[in-house]
Design a protein around this ligand. Structure first.
Ligand code: SF4
Length: 355
């Protein structure tokens, strides 16, 4: 998964859109890694997907307990993203998605593009009332996308799934991973995202964890260039653009268009929380420091009161230059990348040219 979604009410994902909630009290998005099992082995997979389901996965009852806990954050409810691995590897996935929708949670699902993803499955997502289906697209054509994911036929599968979603009236978002190699394709992917009818484009700036460790991240200067380009493309796109693990997007947007502008971007533990397949609670799927386990412990208590989560919401405590940066409150840097590169989640984000 990655993937991880912007504004709360349209089912989006983390990020700086106007929202009445305080991130100290409630996240915009809770992502649950429903399983690590997946038939694919994409090169950059954070989950390092497995062929078999882990017997330690949350049970159906545990998953429903988790849904109850997410709902207990109150109103407005967080977006509940059911990711993986491939959620379709769980035979109870429709039951859990139904339960989440019936509990009042805007619910998204991120199925892998395998032969398990059929028109019947997409139709069922729509019937249940799933808000959005996320699909990954990392290149504008079969050669680049399948090459990046190491999976022939994946591009065609994504295209077909998007067509079925349109047929059944299910909203989609496209998730794209940016690396030094794939940044050149962003303009062509942006056009493709429009062609596929997506309402959101979630652009993930690589954090070197999982199988992604072998991929090369952008340089700080190239990342800023890509973020500025994304901002301007987003102004004219028929979909919303958000970034993941690049909160510098908010700084760049202000530099490009002034201090009133607000764009979507995630930050670990501040508006976002990740629950692993075993129920471990992390600030992000890319920041694997567990603060407890659900359903035994309370997700709400962990999010609001765990010392790590509190520190992640206090940019004044980050290492310089992030800690003294004039943009620390709107940006704060990727805490996941800081951890992946230094072992300290409060260190500076090396992707920023200011660091
Ligand atoms: S120095 Fe840190 S807080 Fe400032 S813009 Fe860069 S990443 Fe964001």
């Amino acid at each position: 998964m990655h993937h991880d979604g912007s504004d709360s009410t349209d089912g989006g994902h983390p990020g700086g859109s106007p929202d009445p909630r305080s991130f100290d009290r409630s996240p915009l998005v809770v992502t649950w890694e429903s399983t690590q099992a997946c038939d694919l082995t994409c090169d950059h997979c954070r989950a390092e997907a497995q062929t078999e389901r882990d017997p330690g996965e949350l049970s159906t009852a545990d998953a429903k307990d988790l849904v109850d806990q997410v709902a207990s954050f109150g109103h407005p409810p967080p977006v509940f993203v059911v990711s993986g691995g491939d959620p379709l590897q769980r035979p109870d996935i429709f039951e859990i998605l139904s339960y989440a929708v019936d509990s009042g949670l805007p619910t998204a699902v991120t199925p892998a593009p395998t032969e398990n993803l059929t028109p019947e499955v997409v139709s069922r997502f729509a019937d249940i009332g799933v808000h959005r289906m996320a699909l990954s697209l990392d290149g504008p054509d079969p050669e680049t996308h399948d090459g990046f994911r190491g999976e022939a036929g994946s591009y065609e599968s994504v295209t077909r799934a998007a067509e079925w979603a349109e047929e059944f009236g299910l909203g989609i978002q496209i998730n794209t991973t940016v690396t030094a190699r794939t940044a050149q394709y962003l303009p062509a992917i942006a056009d493709r995202v429009a062609d596929l009818g997506a309402t959101m484009w979630e652009v993930f700036f690589l954090v070197p964890v999982g199988r992604g460790e072998d991929l090369t991240a952008l340089s700080p200067a190239a990342a800023d260039e890509a973020l500025a380009w994304l901002f301007h493309r987003g102004q004219e796109a028929p979909y919303r653009v958000i970034t993941v693990e690049a909160p510098q997007y908010r700084r760049v947007a202000r530099q490009e268009a002034g201090s009133d502008v607000t764009v979507g971007s995630t930050r670990a533990g501040s508006g976002f929380v990740f629950v692993s397949h075993r129920g471990e609670v992390y600030p992000s799927g890319f920041l694997p420091l567990s603060s407890g386990r659900v359903p035994e412990q309370s997700l709400v208590d962990i999010y609001r009161s765990d010392p790590l989560f509190e520190r992640l919401r206090d940019p004044d405590g980050f290492a310089d230059p992030c800690g003294s940066c004039p943009y620390r409150d709107v940006c704060g840097g990727s805490r996941s990348r800081a951890f992946a590169t230094t072992g300290d989640p409060l260190a500076a984000d090396p992707l920023c040219p200011r660091t």
